[in-house]
Design a protein around this ligand. Sequence first.
Ligand code: IMP
Ligand code: MG
Length: 180
Amino acid sequence: MSLTIDGHRIDVLFSETEIRARINELAGEIAARNPHRLLVVPVLKGSFIFAADLIRAMHHAGLSPEVDFMILASYREGTRSSGKVDVLRDIESVVKDRDVLLVDDILESGRTLAFAKDLLAARGARHVMSCVLLDKPGHLAANIKSDFKGFDCPDRFVVGYGMDMAHQFRELPFVGHVVS
Ligand code: IMP
Ligand code: MG
């Protein structure tokens, strides 16, 4: 399916219905690990809608996580990662001896998640896991693999469901590809 929004043609890659079903499965996969004193850390901004839906699905899967937020800026040249990551907002929670689940929109070079994982591990987290909505193959630069992933993503620039292109399209309830 294809839509025109603000003069851009956007092809739907993952629909609202598909995303909802997969998130319910993901919450079940996470619950099956029986996490200890779970702290969920959405890496903002791109993960905010995914995290909100995943956290509610976790409730239905029997989990009662705490939630804290981290804002990271991974600098990009055009649409590709440059490698530098800055903390714009840190979590307030103490992670020592807790299981932490980082939640992000896309794993591409992996630098953002690897950075966050190292930071929380250095603070004494018991286990730092990660859950990404999309795994984009072929650009991995850091030594990281997500513990949980929603979908494999084609190697295209995607928007919607929290993800933007130049601050646009975060509100779309599906994940799409900007064709033109
Ligand atoms: P990396 O894994 O450190 O390279 O960066 C992943 C981050 O880059 C994601 O969390 C997104 O914020 C952003 N990103 C990568 N690919 C896309 C895309 O196709 N659309 C929107 N944002 C993207
Ligand atoms: Mg991001």
